[in-house]
Design a protein around this ligand. Structure first.
Ligand SMILES: [Zn+2]
Length: 269
């Protein structure tokens, strides 16, 4: 699932190529992911429309257009955006293709068709399920340590489950929650009330450090391939059975709540 570091880079790339560019054609191949409006309307609103800025809200990328509509995409687990020329072979699960007046295509493909795409008039984002229920973005400068402490007090469950909850703070998913908890030295299954004030502060600092470093790493490597998910540099997520980069112990792995969680039992207390 794309998370803040991926989405920040996709957003930056698209803001370099899309604003001012008109959509000349819309081909809907697998309409299932288009949740609103109906596919014919989706196509007729976008055709002849031009892109403006691309923004991000939690795990949604939001494409602003000159007609005043916004296209919001939550790629969920397996969705990918692709910006390429028409000659590039299409992924089998390409759901829609927007032909652009600059000769390029913006495509969306999704191996498991779990992503969600919405096109709504600006100001009516409440039509997008879970969009307005989202808490502040994890990197929102208004989320100070003080506000972070205040918000996290409302939750009593396991700390990893809280980090991935969009209603708490938005934009962190399964992969980066593992990385953040490893950085902070906190065992993912601890319940929030057992965390000390110092641990909450370490968690807050780790969110910023991990997301910022990962955003930079992906930025150095992406080269316009916004469809790639660059994750090989992560320290612990999906590294079960390998050695902990800090202490050398075997990295643990637990599958629970339909999520894979990796941690080091020695480094994370
Ligand atoms: Zn370790």
């Amino acid at each position: 699932m794309p998370e803040i570091p991926d989405l920040e880079n996709i957003k930056a790339f698209l803001n370099g190529v899309l604003p001012g560019v008109k959509v000349t054609g819309v081909e809907t191949r697998i309409p299932l992911v288009i949740r609103r409006p109906i596919p014919q309307e989706f196509a007729s609103i976008l055709e002849g429309n031009a892109f403006q800025e691309v923004t991000r809200r939690g795990k949604f990328l939001v494409f602003h257009t000159t007609s005043g509509h916004v296209m919001a995409i939550n790629a969920m687990l397996t969705g990918h955006l692709q910006y390429t020329g028409p000659e590039t072979r299409r992924h089998a699960k390409t759901c829609f293709v927007l032909s652009l007046e600059n000769g390029m295509e913006l495509r969306y493909y999704d191996g498991r068709l779990m992503g969600k795409v919405y096109l709504v008039p600006r100001g009516q984002e409440a039509l997008i399920p879970r969009f307005e229920e989202m808490g502040p973005d994890a990197l929102d400068p208004q989320v100070t340590l003080e506000l972070f402490r205040k918000r996290i007090r409302r939750y009593t469950g396991q700390i990893k489950g809280i980090l991935v909850k969009d209603t708490f703070i938005a934009g962190i998913g399964n992969a980066y929650s593992d990385e953040i908890l490893f950085e902070a030295g906190i065992y993912p299954f601890r319940r929030r009330p057992t965390l000390t004030e110092d641990e909450i502060e370490a968690l807050y600092n780790s969110i910023h450090l991990v997301l910022k470093e990962a955003t930079e790493t992906i930025g150095r490597r992406m080269n316009g391939r916004i469809d790639l998910k660059i994750r090989d540099f992560l320290k612990i997520h999906r590294k079960g059975q390998q050695s902990c980069p800090r202490c050398g112990n075997r990295i643990g792995e637990v599958k629970a709540n339909q999520r894979l969680t990796n941690f080091c039992r020695n480094c994370q207390r």
